[in-house]
Write a protein that binds this ligand. Structure first.
Ligand code: HEC
Ligand code: HEC
Length: 159
């Protein structure tokens, strides 16, 4: 392997490792596996967002207002509410880039999200495509988002 290839491989590995820290948010090696209860209750309308992508306070607030959830009613019974709320807070992001509480408790309004999805990576008109619908629709571009995989290699921008 040539020296330049080695260097670019090194840079790639470093970037991936630092990003895994963000996605995972706790510096563990792998993404937190999603609890079946979370997938059941929180993935019927959208991608099951990884808990490590927002801090505990944001999840807590969000779970306290499910009857008015971004214009819809996502209420749960008391047991599911308690379990899922506890699970989200236990696996919330603590990594420094995720420590900020984003406006409206939206992952899509965090500074890191905006940076990673700048206009060079995603042209402004792409967000408006019917096949995308909204930035919150991760799975439109991240084919394996439901498995917690946001790897660059698995991104397909829909037409
Ligand atoms: C009845 C449908 C429905 C259910 C069930 C639901 N949501 Fe949502 N959720 C929405 C809608 C609609 C939005 C706004 C999406 C948009 O702006 O395009 C949203 C947005 C979100 C966002 C913000 C996404 C962003 O823009 O960063 C989070 C976080 C979220 N939901 C978490 C949850 C959690 C946790 C649960 C389970 C307790 C849940 N949702 C269950 C409909 C639902
Ligand atoms: C319109 C398509 C699109 C949507 C929708 C989208 N992304 Fe992305 N995402 C991208 C592109 C393009 C990149 C940049 C990849 C790169 O850096 O080369 C990216 C990068 C990322 C990365 C960094 C990956 C890495 O390895 O550096 C993460 C994490 C991520 N997105 C999470 C999300 C989440 C969470 C959502 C939903 C709340 C979402 N994305 C919605 C297109 C999208």
């Amino acid at each position: 392997m040539s020296l330049t290839r080695l260097i670019s491989l090194g840079a790639f590995l470093m970037a991936s490792a630092s990003f895994m820290g963000l996605a995972q948010a706790d510096g563990d090696k792998k993404m937190t596996p999603l609890s079946p209860q979370y997938k059941q209750e929180c993935a019927s309308c959208h991608t099951p967002y990884p808990p490590g992508m927002m801090p505990a306070n944001s999840w807590k607030r969000l779970m306290g207002g499910l009857s008015k959830h971004y214009g819809t009613d996502a209420s749960l019974d008391a047991k599911d509410l308690q379990d899922i709320s506890g699970w989200l807070q236990a696996h919330a992001g603590t990594y420094k880039r995720v420590s900020e509480e984003p406006p409206q408790d939206r992952i899509t309004l965090t500074a890191w999200f905006t940076r990673k999805h700048n206009s060079r990576e995603v042209a402004p008109e792409v967000w408006k495509r019917a096949s995308v619908g909204s930035a919150s629709n991760c799975v439109a571009c991240h084919a394996n988002a439901a498995q917690g995989n946001f790897n660059e290699r698995d991104i397909r921008i829909p037409r």
